[in-house]
Design a protein around this ligand. Structure first.
Ligand code: NAP
Length: 294
């Protein structure tokens, strides 16, 4: 019989890291509940799905029922989500959550306390639950699931105002694997893991690798910042979030995103997934629908 509060609640359970984490936990026999605004979508494995909306606190109690561990992904595309996340954390810990693994972002530990993501980190650390904070660099999956995808498919172009600066992109499957370890193994409490790939690539190298994998030319276009902002807003990103993203592109240009950390290897006992392997595993994303593998 399932013990009380043994269940793991995965917020962002349909997202780039969350859906893979749900699969890993379900495959490992861990009771897991995937939270989403659209719970009808398959959650993967033997997991449950629950309706959950950060902006609708009335959906929170059912999601937290019987939950002892939480994977916390603040809502994507909200510049400061602390007003939604902080009260939820209090409710979660009051209801029996004892372990929190929080998906933050690289560099947030150095951000001022008034920055939304840092406010959430501090709230996790002060929650009274055992915590682990994951601070990943840019996800490889942004090229196959985000605002970079349409220009790659439509024009063979990867727009980014980054010159020849490099980024140690990480595969979101590695982030999920680290999250799974932090949720089910002992020894990760109080740790903050900077998560990067094993190599830093320029956007030119990323474009070339995608092009080689797909079998067509894909080239990096070093666009003006206004053009980049327009690409993101046309994709559906709110303006204030796009402004924040432009700050992150500035950080890339300044060389801040090229650092390599060995946390993935230390936690997983294997090297991070390479960009070439990521591209091979996601090749369908860049192919016309008619030529995709079944
Ligand atoms: N992408 C990167 O390169 C990167 C790098 C570092 C850190 N991060 C951090 O990772 C997190 C995830 O970012 P992402 O852009 O990659 O997104 P994602 O995890 O791929 O997708 C967003 C997830 O959040 C859920 N969600 C969005 N709004 C929600 C709401 N109002 N209520 C409930 N669930 C909601 C979505 O579920 P439904 O749509 O199914 O409801 C989806 O599962 C962000 O906090 C970001 O700061 C991302």
């Amino acid at each position: 019989m399932e013990k009380a509060n043994e269940r793991v609640l995965v917020t962002g359970g349909t997202g780039k890291t969350g859906r893979e984490l749900v699969r890993l936990l379900a495959e490992g026999g861990v009771p897991v509940r995937a939270a989403s605004r659209h719970p009808g979508r398959p959650a993967g494995g033997g997991a449950e799905a629950v309706e959950f909306d950060w902006a609708r606190p009335e959906t929170h109690a059912a999601a937290l029922e019987g939950v002892g561990s939480l994977y916390l992904v603040p809502p994507a595309l909200v510049a400061d989500a602390s007003g939604q996340v902080v009260p939820f954390l209090r409710r979660a810990v009051d209801g029996g959550v004892r372990r929190i693994v929080h998906l933050s972002a690289m560099g947030v530990d150095a951000a001022p306390e008034e920055v939304g993501l840092r406010k959430i980190e501090l709230s996790v650390m002060g929650s009274g639950a055992g915590w682990t904070i994951l601070r990943p660099n840019w996800f490889m999956q942004n090229f196959s699931e985000s605002f970079f995808l349409a220009p790659i498919i439509e024009r063979g172009e990867l727009p980014a105002p980054t010159g020849s600066a490099a980024v140690s992109f990480i595969d979101s499957r590695d982030i999920a694997a680290v999250a799974a370890a932090a949720l089910v193994e002992e020894g990760h409490e109080g740790a903050g893991y900077a998560l990067t790939g094993g190599r830093a690539l320029t956007f030119g190298e990323a474009a070339e690798t995608i092009g080689t994998t797909v079998g067509r030319e894909v080239r990096h276009v070093d666009v003006e910042p206004e053009t980049m902002r327009r690409v993101m807003v046309e994709w559906g990103m709110p303006g204030d979030y796009a402004d924040m993203m432009m700050g992150l592109f500035g950080g890339i240009s300044a060389g801040w995103s090229a650092a390599i950390d060995d946390s993935v290897g230390r936690v997983l006992g294997r090297p991070p997934i390479s960009f070439a392997d990521y591209a091979r595993d996601n090749v369908d994303a860049w192919l016309p629908a008619t030529t995709r593998s079944a």
